[in-house]
Each structure stands twice: as structure tokens, then as C-alpha cells.
Design a protein around this ligand. Structure first.
Ligand SMILES: *[C@@H]1O[C@H](CO)[C@@H](O)[C@H](O)[C@H]1NC(C)=O
Ligand SMILES: *[C@@H]1O[C@H](CO)[C@@H](O)[C@H](O)[C@H]1NC(C)=O
Ligand SMILES: *[C@@H]1O[C@H](CO)[C@@H](O)[C@H](O)[C@H]1NC(C)=O
Length: 321
């Protein structure tokens, strides 16, 4: 049972080197590899988790390659904070190692890291992007709990799989709080993290990838068309412009996802230029939220998110008080 191995790793990591990677029984591999897009397997789900870890590791590596400890100090952050960021990178590397060692048995079939492009320009915009990505990852791992329950693996203890998903979500939420606090942003303004489906999560993670290797495990997801807002920090009631390659018309529905049950639909108005449309951020966001998502769906009922009807997105917004 794979997750026993995970506990073994935790138990022995301090005293002893990591245990050898277990090998998958060949018949088991073919069963696991038979995945379809609409019905992701247990392996697909955890390979996607590894894809998300690669993205986060890529973010911290890029930042450490670009900024020295002195750059952080010059930007008003101390050496202890810089060391904590390095520790966060190690936490993600540990998460990636744990997933690799426990979900996957054949080295060749592990999803490989892509090369990434991140938009930050200075230390502060890196920290802000880090808070966004860690918030996204927290939402992703919470959604993963649902996906794992929907696609259990007969060889794996469901309790261990859920413990790892829940624990990883908690660790990423800790990173969100650290980054927001370091930017003097509110860290108690989130009652519930929003949840994002696998397709939306894949799409968001993919939006940072420049190119991905053709070797290794190929994730069976197709990115959704993007939604590019003209601003990423919003206040309730504000109008936002979007560009999307998806033709938008009034048969479609816009949905803001504040948390797992708080969802608001909004009217989409096509703009003057092709591909452009606009909509209003709801003015009555009841539950506190710092990071929310926006998708376009074909669902014609209000305030309901059915993942299979999502046509484009997500766009990510920071909500200012
Ligand atoms: C943070 O947000 C919460 C919820 O909106 C609010 O009650 C609290 O006063 C805020 N704290 C700070 C330090 O602004
Ligand atoms: C974004 O679009 C809105 C709605 O058209 C507009 O009012 C706002 O000025 C735009 N903001 C930026 C930064 O372009
Ligand atoms: C994800 O997208 C695929 C098309 O790429 C679709 O077939 C599938 O139903 C979607 N999955 C969910 C859970 O909506």
C-alpha cells in the first residue's frame, strides 16, 4: 500500500535517507494508464498534483535565480524571511518527492517539469505572485479531495490519500498567509478557499508554461480557452474588461467563485473589439474573500457551478477591501 510508504518516509526522513522508490506491477500500470479526459484516474489526478508542484518549485527557483538575499533586504525583507522562502521551496520539493514516490512506480511515466514564464518584475511582485499561486494550489488540493473520492484506487488507502491532500492544502495555505502578511495584507479575510476543478486547475497551471517536455507522463487534460482580464486587483462593483479567444455571446454565463458554495453569476456584455467583453464584479460579496476566480460557462441557471459546463477560464482576482 503506497501511503504506508509515505509514512515510512516521514518516519525515517530525519534519521535515514529516503527509502527506494517502489515499483509498479505491470498489470497495474496498464489499468492506471487507461484514463480518459472526462474521467481522470487516480494517477492522472496525482500527476496533475505533481504538475502543480513543478510550477511552484519553478516559481521559487526563478525568483532565487533573479534576486539575491541582498535584493530582498533592499526591498525591506530580512534575512530570516529570505531563509523562510528557501524553506518553502524545500517544502514543495518534499511534496513533489512524496507524490512521486507514492503515486507512481515507473520513473519514465512521471510528469516532467515545464519551462515557465513568470511576470514578476521585482521582489514585491514576486511575493504577490507567490501568494496567488499558493492560494491557487490550496484551492487545487481541496478540489483534489473530491476528485480522489470520485476516483479511488483499489491499491491505495483512501484515508492516506485524503490525509496527504488535506495536509498539502494546509501547508500551501500557510505559505499564502506568510506571503500576504509580509506584504501587510489581511490574512484572516478568507472563510473558505474556493475550489477549482481539474480542468480549470490544469488550465491555470498551464498558463505559466512556456514549453513542456514531450517525454514523461502526458496529462490527459486539454487547457480551456483563456480569459484575460485588464486588471487583477478589484473592488466589489467594479467593471472589468476581458479578452478571450472564445467567442462570447449572451447565451453564455459568467460565474465568480468566491468559495466552495458562494458563487455568483454575472451578465457578459460583448465589447467593441473582437474577443473583448466586460462584466461587473458583484457588489455584494458577503463572505470575506481575498482571491476569487471567474469562469465562463454554458450553464443557463444562476449561481451554480457544474464543472462539465465550464467553457473558458479561470481568471484570478485579488479582492481589495
Ligand atoms: C481582515 O479581514 C477581516 C474580514 O473582512 C476583518 O474582520 C478584519 O478586521 C481584517 N483585519 C485587518 C488587520 O485588516
Ligand atoms: C479595465 O476596464 C474597465 C472597464 O472598461 C475600465 O473602466 C478600466 O479603466 C480598465 N482598467 C485598465 C487598467 O485598463
Ligand atoms: C474536462 O474537459 C474535457 C474536455 O477537455 C471534458 O471532456 C470533461 O468533461 C471535463 N471534465 C470535467 C470534470 O468537467
Amino acid at each position: 500500500m503506497k501511503f504506508f510508504t509515505f509514512l515510512t518516509i516521514i518516519g525515517t526522513a530525519i534519521a535515514a535517507p529516503l527509502v527506494a522508490t517502489p515499483r509498479l506491477h505491470p498489470t497495474s500500470l496498464s489499468r492506471r494508464a487507461a484514463a480518459s479526459n472526462s474521467n481522470p484516474s487516480f494517477t492522472d489526478i496525482w500527476q496533475l498534483a505533481l504538475h502543480v508542484e513543478h510550477l511552484e518549485i519553478g516559481l521559487y527557483f526563478t525568483a532565487f535565480a533573479r534576486f539575491s538575499q541582498q535584493d530582498f533586504i533592499n526591498a525591506g525583507f530580512d534575512a530570516f524571511y529570505y531563509q523562510t522562502l528557501r524553506d518553502i521551496l524545500h517544502e514543495h520539493q518534499f511534496q513533489a518527492t512524496s507524490i512521486r514516490r507514492n503515486q507512481l512506480y515507473v520513473e519514465d511515466s512521471v510528469v516532467q517539469a515545464c519551462s515557465y514564464s513568470f511576470s514578476f518584475t521585482d521582489v514585491k511582485s514576486f511575493i504577490s505572485l507567490s501568494a496567488t499561486l499558493e492560494g491557487f494550489a490550496t484551492s487545487f488540493y481541496l478540489s483534489l479531495i473530491h476528485s480522489v473520492v470520485a476516483a479511488p484506487d483499489p491499491d491505495t488507502s483512501l484515508e492516506f490519500a485524503l490525509t496527504i491532500a488535506g495536509s498539502t492544502a494546509a501547508i500551501d495555505a500557510k505559505h499564502v498567509a506568510l506571503q500576504r502578511l509580509s506584504l501587510k495584507q489581511n490574512v484572516t479575510d478568507t472563510n473558505f478557499f474556493p475550489q477549482l476543478g481539474l480542468n480549470e486547475s490544469y488550465t491555470f497551471a498551464k498558463s505559466f508554461a512556456k514549453s513542456c517536455p514531450k517525454t514523461g507522463y502526458q496529462l490527459p487534460f486539454t487547457p480551456l480557452p483563456t480569459l484575460i482580464p485588464n486588471v487583477t486587483q478589484v473592488v466589489p462593483g467594479q467593471i472589468v474588461d476581458f479578452y478571450s479567444p472564445l467567442p462570447i455571446d449572451n447565451s453564455l454565463n459568467g460565474l465568480f467563485i468566491f468559495d466552495f458554495y458562494d458563487i455568483a453569476s454575472t451578465i457578459l456584455t460583448t465589447g467593441d473589439k473582437p474577443g473583448h467583453f466586460h462584466t461587473r464584479i458583484p457588489s455584494d460579496i458577503v463572505s470575506p474573500v481575498s482571491q476569487m476566480y471567474f469562469v465562463v460557462t454554458k450553464y443557463d441557471e444562476n449561481d451554480y457551478l457544474d464543472e462539465s459546463t465550464v467553457l473558458a477560464g479561470p481568471a484570478v482576482f485579488q479582492v481589495l477591501p
